[in-house]
Every structure is written in structure tokens, then in C-alpha cells.
Design a protein around this ligand. Structure first.
Ligand SMILES: [Cu+2]
Length: 127
């Protein structure tokens, strides 16, 4: 009789312990899930910023083969809220330069690297 009571108490204690541990584990999971979703929001926000691609049309003003840049007089680029202006872009692919000539009309895609540089990822003459 005494033995049985003792075992029952021990068993109950163990079950309570498991349940308690389980409850903590669930709480931990929820905490980490919240943390992850928060980080996910942050990283997706930063990712979408750097992944924003602007589309523009312009005229080639000059090409700098040494530095791999091209200066364009370009129209508005809606994705970045830019108005028309003349500016210099870095070409992601230097091989694009050989398709460009001064005075030529071009279509281009541009991204910002987050460090002040504007990089043309695609550019081709419009005929
Ligand atoms: Cu510009």
C-alpha cells in the first residue's frame, strides 16, 4: 500500500515535469518563431530594397572603358522616384560596353548597391 502510493506520486511528478517541460518548449518555439518572423520581415525589407530594379531609357553621353562606366542622359526612373538627369552608371557586365556608342538611345535596368553606386545590370540599344 505504501509502495503503491509512493510510485503514484513519483509517476504524477514525472508527468507533471514532462508537461511543464513541454509547455516551456512550446513557449520557446513560439518565442523563436516570433523572433524569426521579425527577422524575416527585416531581411525581406532589406532584400526588396536592394533587389529593386529600375527601368530607364536614355542617350549615351560618354563611355569610360577604363572604369567600366557609362554616362547617360536618362528619363525618369519610377522605381527609385528619380527624375530625368544625366549621370554616370557602373556597368555590371563590362562586355555590355561594346554594344554602346555615344549618342545612341538605350533601354536599361539599374539597381542600387546600397553604398551609393548605381549599377546597370542590362543595357541595350533601341533601334
Ligand atoms: Cu539619374
Amino acid at each position: 500500500m505504501k509502495k503503491t502510493t509512493k510510485r503514484t506520486i513519483t509517476l504524477t511528478g514525472t508527468l507533471a515535469g514532462i508537461f511543464f517541460a513541454g509547455a516551456i518548449a512550446v513557449a520557446d518555439d513560439m518565442g523563436s518563431m516570433n523572433g524569426m518572423s521579425g527577422m524575416g520581415d527585416m531581411s525581406s525589407g532589406a532584400g526588396s530594397m536592394s533587389a529593386t530594379v529600375g527601368h530607364g531609357k536614355g542617350i549615351v553621353k560618354s563611355i569610360d572603358h577604363k572604369n567600366g562606366t557609362v554616362t547617360l542622359e536618362h528619363g525618369p526612373i519610377k522605381a527609385f522616384g528619380w527624375s530625368a538627369m544625366t549621370m554616370t552608371f557602373t556597368l555590371r557586365h563590362r562586355s555590355d560596353m561594346k554594344n554602346l556608342k555615344k549618342g545612341e538611345h538605350v533601354d536599361f535596368d539599374v539597381v542600387q548597391d546600397g553604398q551609393g553606386a548605381t549599377i546597370i545590370t542590362k543595357i541595350h540599344p533601341v533601334h
